[in-house]
Every structure is written in C-alpha cells, then in structure tokens.
Design a protein. Structure first.
Length: 257
C-alpha cells in the first residue's frame, strides 16, 4: 500500500493536469448546453439540456474529489509512509549476496608428483625369512622384473608455459594429473587443450584451465577415458592481459585404458 501511495505522490502533477484538461472540456460543454437551452423550442430539448448540465456538474464533483484525494495522499499520506517504503526497498539487515555460478574452470586439487625413485624409496626393505626345505624342489626360473618406463619431460620453448608431467610418449590411463608451470608478467589465464595424433598443430579442444598462475603444480585433472585409446597431443597456452601468449608447450601421450 505504501508503494501505491508513493506512486500517487510521484505522479500527482500529471493527475492534476489530466483533471484540469477534463474540467476545461466540460466548461466548453456547459457553454454549448446553455446555448442549446436558450435556443430550445420544445420541452424535450430543454429537459435534455438540463440532464446534460447535471451530468457536467457530477463530473465536476468527481474531478474535485479526485484532485482533493490526490493532494491529501501526496502531502499527508506520502510523508507518513515514507519510512515504511524506504525500509521495504532496503531491508535491514541486507539480504546476503548469492553469486551467480559460472563455468570458469578451476585448477584441480594439487597432488604430489610420483616418480620411480620415490616408489623405490617407499618400498619396504624387510630381510627375507629363511625356510627349511623338507624336499628338494626344482627351482623355478626367475620372473623378469618389469622395466620402469623412462619419462622424459617435454622440451618447451618458453619456461612460462611448460609441462612437467606427463612426459613425451608416456603411456597413461585413468585419471591423469597434468603438472607444470603457467605464469606470465601480465598473466590473465591459462588453458590445457588436446588434439588427436602425435605433435598435433591444429584441431585442439579445450579440456581444462584456470584464472591463476601455477608453478610446478597441477594444471588440470581429467579422465583419459574421455579421450579414448591412442596417441594424443596436449597443449598448454598462457594468455596475457593483451590477449597474446608465448609459444605454447606440447606433449604427446599414449592413452591405453
């Protein structure tokens, strides 16, 4: 109700102007009706002129009532409800701001880099337990130990955009944590893309990225099942505030899920 009173107070000049125009029109009608009444010969014409005069006076009373009500609302009621309207438009305490969700990708949770040396150091070194053989058995040929895959970090043309893991031609499967560095003096964002084939130069598709610089940490984390088995190329692009970027870093991986 307070909002309606405020609207009436705001548009009071227009209400007065409208009522004034209607009043001028009916003043003109009174002049016409009086002329018809003077020139009327028959009683029916005089009765019609009298009815028109009554209707004009009724409209005049309605206009006066509307103008008086508008004046009362715009001066007295508007001042009385002004605090209530202000409180309704700006409630106290203010409502909490709920940010709109965006689709800006965020860097994955950092995970430690696992190297073959770290796995070897973590292996338990318990002395073998000697057993007494009751019967002589033919010794089985030793099982060849698996050869650890040699991982070679890609040679990136710019240290500000560089992969650390995965290495060139590394076989990967499942969830892959891409580790590297994405920095710049005028850093804006970075993105990790993929394309089919080895050392691809085109056809890249966005897979992950972030709005903050990363140094020797996780750049992206994704499931290689989304790519499918085969040879793929990952590319890291670091974009600065002007929209330019240093030479991207590329690495070829072999997905074998």
């Amino acid at each position: 109700m307070g909002i309606i009173i405020q609207y009436v107070a705001t548009y009071a000049p227009w209400i007065y102007a409208t009522c004034g125009l209607v009043a001028l029109y009916h003043i003109y009608k009174i002049w016409l009706v009086r002329s018809e009444r003077r020139q009327a010969v028959f009683s029916l014409e005089r009765e019609k002129a009298i009815r028109d005069t009554y209707s004009i006076f009724a409209v005049a009373m309605i206009l006066l009532l509307a103008m008086g009500l508008t004046y009362f609302v715009s001066t007295t009621l508007a001042t009385a409800v002004e605090p209530l309207v202000a409180e309704a438009r700006a409630p106290t305490p203010p409502l909490p701001f709920v940010p709109t969700p965006t689709n800006t990708p965020l860097p994955a949770t950092p995970t430690p880099t696992i190297t073959p040396e770290a796995i070897a150091d973590a292996a338990p070194t318990e002395p073998p337990v000697e057993e007494i053989a009751l019967f002589e058995e033919t010794p089985e040929p030793p099982t060849p130990e698996p050869v650890a895959q040699v991982v070679q970090a890609p040679a990136c043309p710019d240290d500000r955009s560089a992969f650390i893991r995965p290495g060139n031609n590394e076989s990967v499967r499942g969830v892959l944590n891409v580790i590297g560095t994405a920095t710049h003096e005028q850093f804006q964002y970075y993105k990790v893309e993929f394309a089919p084939g080895a050392d691809a130069t085109e056809g890249y598709v966005y897979i992950a990225g972030g709005n903050g610089p990363v140094v020797n940490n996780v750049l992206a984390s994704f499931d290689t099942n989304a790519l499918g088995n085969g040879v793929w190329t990952l590319r890291l692009v670091v974009v600065d505030q002007t929209g330019n970027f240093p030479p991207p870093c590329r690495v070829t991986i072999n997905v074998a899920n």
